[in-house]
Design a protein around this ligand. Structure first.
Ligand code: NDP
Length: 412
């Protein structure tokens, strides 16, 4: 049980697409989020979001400039604003620094992506899980992975486990972006993080161990055509995604867990060329006496994900297909959400990928601030009760459905 009394004060770190959506959504719920501070590296980006929120809802939020890698600077900002919770929507590189600052200041922590070191394209929860005892001792809560995937997909699994199944044996998470942004090549969230993720060797969980298969752009990558609701048939690629790591530990009875994401031929061709010529490298190369990190330079050339919304049309369809036992019978259920890029843009000025991440980030923070989730220590989101979160998805812009479905084939 958390020993802190909340006053409805949230500090959001970051001012990209995801933070913009979360700030909008928090501003729409003044009864929970009484005061909002948006702090990031570039103050002008915070101010642009502040102005948009003022125009749309007549509500004033506060802004500040902060380097989230500078823990003392962060602690002093937290001490000045006195938030109950810090919502980390900067980049995975900042996770540990922001957790350190939350520990020092004694405030709750929520994020949407697990820690990744800057110099190694490798993400896992181990670094953040080591904060368990320290968060417990301080009497505060860290909620990890409150975006869509990870986030809503974990909550869908926890909900299915609680209400639909006695035991889930097979889990397939399917992430489809059937939208079109009109650019030849762009990434839907931070290009550096996105490209580091999708160029990795793929892993899925089967019979108690991780099975490795080729990266999505390599020979032998595993893919199949899935007929998505609303979006139709799309080629879906087996990909390693971070929620698998915690779900296989927390959902008992899982025999297999896989993650699939849709990619177009065009996207894969561009990615392959960029990879082949070295533009996705994360180490510095010497160019005319300057140290240049190719992937960072590439990020500077690509469109800002937050800017994609102006021309984005189409939908995202993300959800879980789960097969398992209920009352002695084998059943399969599909829980999913459909989100429309243009509608997301109309409401928050940002496309559906940022929207589907920013809304659950706000809901995770709301669960902690309202006391729907209480506890001390570090939690992956499926360890918390899913009911109030599922209800909030329906009322805050990400309605979901549960339908019967055929099981996915073993070799999809
Ligand atoms: P952006 O790159 O658009 O935004 C990141 C923001 O963080 C920028 O405003 C950036 O500042 C700021 N920032 C970076 N470093 C620092 C620092 N040291 N101090 C202060 N601010 C900093 O990313 P997105 O909005 O696309 O993504 C945000 C997060 O959401 C990422 O961690 C991403 O992995 C995660 N995500 C999670 C998803 C999920 O479903 N769980 C899906 C999509 C994204 P500046 O403006 O100066 O660059």
């Amino acid at each position: 049980m958390s020993n802190k009394e909340n006053h409805g004060k949230i500090m959001i770190i970051g001012a990209g697409g995801v933070a913009a959506v979360a700030a909008h959504k928090c501003a729409q719920v003044p009864e929970v989020f009484k005061e909002i501070l948006l702090a990031s590296r570039t103050l002008s980006k915070c101010e642009a979001i502040q102005n948009d929120i003022r125009k749309r809802y007549g509500r004033d939020i506060q802004t500040a400039q902060v380097d989230a890698d500078n823990v003392p600077e962060l602690v002093s900002l937290i001490d000045r604003f006195q938030p109950d919770l810090v919502l980390n929507l900067a980049l995975p590189y900042q996770d540990l620094h922001i957790m350190d600052a939350c520990l020092a200041a004694g405030v709750h922590y929520v994020d949407t992506a697990n820690y990744e070191p800057l110099d190694e394209a490798h993400f896992e929860y181990s670094w953040q899980w080591t904060y368990q005892e320290r968060f417990k001792e301080k009497g505060i809560m860290a909620v990890l992975g409150s975006g869509f995937d990870p986030g809503v997909t974990n909550i869908f699994t926890a909900y299915a486990s609680k209400h639909l199944f006695d035991e889930i044996n097979y889990l397939d998470i399917l992430d489809c972006n059937a939208g079109s942004h009109g650019h030849v090549f762009a990434t839907n969230f931070n290009p550096e993080i996105n490209i580091r993720e999708v160029t990795q060797v793929v892993r899925h969980w089967e019979d108690g161990k991780w099975v490795e298969t080729p990266a999505i752009i390599d020979e032998g990558s595993i893919h199949f055509t899935f007929d998505y609701p609303v979006a139709g048939a799309k080629e879906s690629y087996l990909l390693y995604h971070e929620e698998l790591e915690s779900l296989v530990l927390n959902i008992k009875g899982l025999k297999r867990a896989r993650f699939w994401m849709t990619f177009s031929e065009n996207y894969l061709t561009h990615l392959k060329v960029l990879q082949n010529v070295g533009m996705t490298r994360i180490d510095a190369v010497n160019y005319e006496g300057h140290a240049v990190v190719p992937i960072k330079f590439l990020k500077a050339l690509l469109p800002e994900p937050a800017s994609l919304g102006t021309s984005y049309t189409g939908k995202t369809v993300i959800g879980n297909i789960m097969t398992g036992k209920k009352d002695g019978k084998t059943i399969t259920r599909y829980i999913y959400n459909v989100c429309d890029h243009a509608e997301a843009f109309k409401e928050t000025g940002t496309q559906a990928i940022a929207y589907t991440t920013g809304v659950p980030a706000m809901i995770g923070a709301m669960m902690v601030l309202t006391g729907a989730w209480q506890g001390t220590g570090v939690y992956n989101i499926e360890q918390l009760d899913p009911d109030a979160f599922m209800e909030a998805l329906n009322t805050h812009g990400l309605p979901w459905q549960v339908v019967e479905h055929a099981p996915l084939p073993d070799k999809a």
